[in-house]
Design a protein. Sequence first.
Length: 210
Amino acid sequence: MNLKLATLEYVALKQSMGMKFETEAALLRSFVKEMGDAVAVATVTSKEVLRYLSGRKSGPVTLFWHRKHDALKGFWEFAIRRGYTDRSPVPVHRAKEPVRFIPYIYSLEELKRLLNGVTSYQKKWLKLEPVTLRAMLLLLYGAGLRTSEALHLTCTDVDLSGATLTIRESKFYKTRRIALNAQLCGVLSEYDDNRRQKEHARSDAALFFT
């Protein structure tokens, strides 16, 4: 079985199951490009897989190595089930993962200093106004959102009358709703009122934090 056709079949199967599978598809495309379109699944060697995993730069193993490993491991499990090959060239043992970021819990005093510094620390390239940055920081802290989730909130996602947020297609491509407590809802309402005073109109699809 041709490697390129087999990877396309694998990606199509995963996406038919409701998965976006975009990152894995991109990794498999880059692997096929490196191997060549005419290569057969059964002829790929462990040495070739290791070369792809390691990349062209020498240095410590990164999390990207593990993402590539997972993508290839999943594909070859699929290929073996389909009878395209009887073995997997993907290393059984994964390289040791690098030390992950250790989260830091801010004290209340540190949070106060952080919020007080919002108005004084502004860079020329930073276009967010202090009132916007303050509201966003309080939302991240109070609701436990990821930064990308807050940045992608639209006006229609923020229901202040119902005190809820709709987080769309975040991790694992799921959509969820989050309840806001009275204090946090008040912060967002104050920010929203300030924004409305500066803008004559805004669409529901507009980003909430701009």
